[in-house]
Design a binder for this molecule. Structure first.
Ligand code: HEM
Length: 141
């Protein structure tokens, strides 16, 4: 696995399963998309506003726009899949014992799934009015 394919022909020769070839293509496409998504995100949250001024109201006004939720869903989904698959490559390269490798992957996929579900819930599960009520209802809120 430590040998990396640079071209699609090399990737076709290297990966025995079609799924690995699909991941190889995905890593290139998502890597390119993430460059634009992350710089767009930083433009809205670091350049258009001062990051130190970001507060609840700013995030609420952002999340009240549907396109921000769609944009952030792509950012979250692609960044998670790209990052987790990259870590999976490292696990496969460096952890030689099958049992340890198995449990490392179980830990990685479990942590990634929890983070992804929480991120999607934050984006889509509530309207910001409902979230505000839930937060105000907390003790001391
Ligand atoms: C200093 C740098 C950053 C600041 C100040 C910042 C700020 C914010 C703010 C204010 C939001 C809320 C909603 C919105 O406006 O989109 C947000 C959400 C988000 N940010 Fe950033 N961000 C930073 C860097 C990054 C980077 C580098 C990534 C990814 C590689 C990222 C990924 C995300 C994602 C996925 C969400 C949506 C969270 C969710 O699913 O609930 N951010 N960020």
């Amino acid at each position: 696995m430590a040998v990396r394919a640079r071209t699609l022909e090399q990737a076709r020769e290297l990966y025995r399963t079609n799924w690995e070839l699909v991941w190889w293509v995905f890593m290139r496409v998502s890597g390119l998309a993430l460059i634009f998504l992350v710089f767009g995100h930083l433009f809205f949250n670091n350049i258009q506003v001062n990051a130190g001024d970001i507060d609840y109201d700013y995030v609420a006004s952002r999340f009240s726009r549907s396109w921000v939720k769609v944009y952030d869903s792509f950012l979250l989904g692609l960044a998670m899949l790209h990052g987790v698959n990259g870590l999976r490559y490292s696990v496969e390269d460096y952890i030689k014992r099958p049992a340890r490798r198995f449990w490392a992957k179980v830990g990685l996929f479990t942590a990634a799934s929890v983070i992804f579900v929480l991120g999607v819930m934050t984006l889509w599960a509530f309207t910001y009015e409902e979230m505000g009520e839930a937060i105000r209802a907390l003790p001391g809120g």
